[in-house]
Design a protein around this ligand. Structure first.
Ligand SMILES: [Zn+2]
Length: 362
């Protein structure tokens, strides 16, 4: 059944409803690509994680299931680096390429079905005697990943935003259009535009969502290396303002960014938008495109504990979706889910305390 025309004004509203059902914050999964590698997949390839759509779909399903078991509300498809252009350069036909994109969504949907069947029935389980901790996990959603043009180039330019002068907004729209249509038609609950390095690509996405009448709530997530600008140098506030102006965008935030930059970025983003904020940092290392390796940079590698010890502080700044990006794992997601529960329980205790009369002297 189609949604009414009023829907588009409510993309953020729809997401907020899920956030409320989850108890205040949705847990996003962790890395797909690097987690596949941790399971032994060889992704030294321009298709990166998308290679497993062809060679190891069962492994992708396993990673999704691991994240669901760890407490994720949202699993993100393995389509980050899956593009029609990339598949076709490997001699796949247009039909085969589109089928692989659809498959990325189906694999996540299958994982959700397996997970929910194990727990209960239906997309919103209503098991009796649910504890508060499982209650907050109830929405189980599939986000279709759309990696930036830089991800397709496979030269690390999603971390520089340097696409060269010949890449215009229209050019980016042409690059992404059919891919977006195919992913949307596969019926995900959300569309995750990830690792956006510049304002131009955000503008292109905005126009594509509108022109193609995509009625699936989308989030725009940028990368930052300095906590003030997106990878290209465009101020993060300008980038977030583009997302804010797009009525089809349900949430705005940052991913694949060092944990130490996250708190400041949340504060900057909330200055220019009241849409829900999404953050899913990596572990703080830097990606070197030439060697396709992650190396320790100035910030060093945040261990799961360091990362997670920040979650309470981030939560106070108000993000509605929190998860992990490259090099994070199901263990990270489990710890994030626990940290969010603890942060919210502490906040509730304070609220309860505030409910008492200010003067209670006998
Ligand atoms: Zn990442």
């Amino acid at each position: 059944m189609g949604r009414g025309d009023g829907y588009v004004d409510g993309a953020a509203g729809e997401l907020r409803r899920w956030v409320r059902e989850a108890g205040g914050c949705l847990v996003v999964d962790g890395a797909m690509g690097t987690e596949l590698e941790a399971h032994g997949a060889d992704l030294q390839d321009e298709l990166w994680s998308a290679r497993c759509l062809v060679s190891a779909p069962h492994l992708i399903r396993k990673v999704h299931l691991d994240y669901l078991e760890a407490g994720a509300n949202i699993i993100t498809t393995a389509s980050y680096q899956a593009t029609l252009q990339g598949f076709q350069s490997r001699s796949l036909s247009r039909e085969q390429s589109e089928a692989l994109l659809r498959r990325s969504v189906e694999i996540a949907q299958e994982a959700r079905a397996i997970f929910l069947e194990g727990r209960s029935k239906g997309p919103y389980s209503a098991r009796e005697n649910e504890t508060r901790s499982t209650e907050r996990r109830r929405p189980v959603l599939v986000a279709a990943s759309v990696g930036s043009y830089g991800a397709y180039l496979a030269d690390g330019s999603e971390y520089t935003g340097d696409y060269g002068r010949s890449v215009t907004k229209e050019w980016l729209k042409k690059f992404h259009r059919r891919r977006l249509q195919v992913l949307a038609e596969a019926g995900p609950d959300l569309i995750a535009f990830e690792t956006i390095p510049n304002k131009l690509e955000a503008q292109a996405y905005c126009e594509l969502l509108e022109e193609n009448d995509i009625r699936i709530p989308a989030w725009f997530s940028f990368t930052s290396k300095d906590g003030a600008t997106a990878a290209s140098g465009d101020p993060i506030t300008d980038c977030a303002a583009v997302a804010d102006s797009c009525r089809r965008v349900a949430a705005v935030g940052v991913n694949c960014t060092a944990p130490r930059l996250i708190h400041g970025l949340i504060l900057s983003i909330t200055k220019v938008t009241s849409k829900p904020v999404v953050v899913y940092p990596n572990t703080g290392e830097t990606y070197v495109a030439e060697t396709k390796e992650w190396v320790d940079s100035t910030g060093g590698r945040a261990s799961a504990t360091d990362f997670v010890s920040c979650v309470g502080k981030w939560r106070q700044a108000g993000p509605a979706l929190v998860g992990g990006c490259c090099r994070t794992s199901p263990a990270t997601v489990r710890a994030i889910a626990r940290a969010l529960r603890e942060a919210d329980a502490a906040a509730t205790d304070i609220d309860d305390y505030d409910d008492f009369p200010a003067v209670a002297v006998l």
